[in-house]
Every structure is written in C-alpha cells, then in structure tokens.
Design a protein around this ligand. Sequence first.
Ligand SMILES: C[S@@+](CC[C@H](N)C(=O)[O-])C[C@H]1O[C@@H](n2cnc3c(N)ncnc32)[C@H](O)[C@@H]1O
Length: 237
Amino acid sequence: MPMHRIDALHEPLTPVLTAILATLPPLAGPLLDVGCGAGAKIPLLRAKMNHTAPLIGLDCDLPALQEAVMADRLLAVAGDAHALPLRTASCGAAVCSAVLGLLRDQRTALRELRRVVRPGGWILIVTATTAWTPWSAQMRSWVTRLCERVEMPGSLLFATPEPAADLAALLRESGWSEVRTGAFAIEAGSDAPPVLPLLTREVVERHLTPVEVQEYDTVVADAGIELLPLILAATGT
Ligand SMILES: C[S@@+](CC[C@H](N)C(=O)[O-])C[C@H]1O[C@@H](n2cnc3c(N)ncnc32)[C@H](O)[C@@H]1O
C-alpha cells in the first residue's frame, strides 16, 4: 500500500501511539519494526528511542523496505515475520503496526517476536478491531468492487476482525505478559468518506460512474461504521 495512504489513515493515531510509547520502559537494545513497510512509523519510533538504540526495519516487501532505507538510515532486514532472521534476545523491543492481521499464523509470529525480544523487553501492536465486522453484505460488496478497480487488495480492509480479548489471550499464550489493550476511533479527513479513509473521494470519483458514486454514497452514509484500531502493549518476562 502506498505510504501516503497509511500516513493519512494512521495520522490521528500519532498522539495515542506517542503517549503509549512514553509509558513503555526504556530500550535496552535495538527496536525492531516488524512489517515496517515504507517506514511510516520510523519518525515516531526514533523519537521514542531518543537516537540511543539502533532501529531495525524488517519486511518481506523489498521495494517498500528500500523506500524505508532511503527515507531514514535504518538497519533493513528482508524477512518473514513467521521466521525472523534474527538471533534470540537480540532486540530490546518490537513494534508491529498494521501487520498482524495480514499474517497467516499470528501465533507463530508472536512467538517469534517473543524469541527475538530480550527478557524484560516489550511489544507494541496496532491492529484493526471488530469494528470492521458489522459491515453489511452490500457495503462489503461495494468496497470489494472498488478495491478491485483501484487494484488494492480488499483483504487489507477485511483482514483483522479479532476481538481484543482473543488477541490478548494469544499474546499471553505466546509468552507475553502484562498485556494492556485499548481501542481508538480514527476520524477521516473532511475530503474522504467517513468509513473509508483508505479510499479518498478523488479515487471513488475516478473509478465509479456518477450513478455508482450516488449509490456508493448512500451505502456509506447508511453504514454508520467507524474504524477502531486496537492497540496492545505487552511485556516479555
Ligand atoms: C499495512 S503495512 C504497515 C506498514 C507499517 N508497519 C505502518 O504501520 O505504517 C503492512 C506491512 O506488513 C508487511 N508484511 C505482511 N506480511 C508480512 C510477513 N509475513 N513478514 C514480514 N512483513 C510482512 C507488508 O509487506 C507491509 O509492508
């Protein structure tokens, strides 16, 4: 996904993430940004690290990783979150932002993260929550069609409906403790339909006929859905 879309979607989360990062213990080792993509979260993480610890960006998407390297000199690692090419206890902490819902086996990935984060280190996870699930069949069908036309995988929108309790339990089973959770509403910008900040007005109008735009607007207006990203922080003992 292009970085500007992630930036726009996640922008309202910045103060929340900053506040949560401030409550987490200081780093005793490199910070791993797993699934860093093009590096949208790197400035935020650099601020937390106060430039004292190295930042490792890991992703399976090489062009995105290249973009992250060009934007900020980080230690880039090409790899899969399910089998991290990193030594046991080699990282001080890990951040997993908008990645967990895309993984085929979250348990394996969380255990891998537990393995590479040293005892006493922490993990910060940002993922979408059940707010996605009450979408009506009509709404889903519209979004799927639109995603096909703009060549954006619909799975990005529908991938992560796990409730907070299940995910917290999964974290504990994967060796993490002191799990804290919180959900936060994202408000879309004024030029975007309220429920779909990933799809801007301009994209909608470019890819749908005027009649379709009218139908789309009606469905979106009736949907009454908010994006509720879920944030979990946990410590490794
Ligand atoms: C929605 S982007 C999030 C990027 C960044 N973390 C952020 O918050 O802006 C999801 C990223 O996860 C990466 N990803 C998905 N599956 C992965 C896997 N199995 N291993 C490593 N990275 C993965 C994708 O390539 C993509 O860059």
